[in-house]
Design a protein around this ligand. Sequence first.
Ligand code: ZN
Length: 111
Amino acid sequence: MANARITELVDKRTCLLEELGSLTQILHGSWVERYSVCTRKSCRCHQGERHGPRYYIVVNEAGRQRQRYVPLSQVHVALEGIEQHQRLQTLVEEITRINLELMKERSHEDA
Ligand SMILES: [Zn+2]
């Protein structure tokens, strides 16, 4: 006899995996906005009107933190990517809970 709870959990997991597969813009990093001063001494940036903002995403590459420049036209894509990474983490936690419960349910079936 099929365990209805197992069917429910597997269906739920299928939905979550589908959503996970839709997160195509994922970026794992933190957002940085920077204002800068240039080398021209006469420039107004030296009077407080600094250039910027310029946008960067700080990512981990082989254990080192790297700032990667984000072109202005890609800012919305990058911010969406950071949000998608947060959603990814939530999905992984939900799938973990389901898989743990499935192990428990299935161990009952074997008994
Ligand atoms: Zn300047």
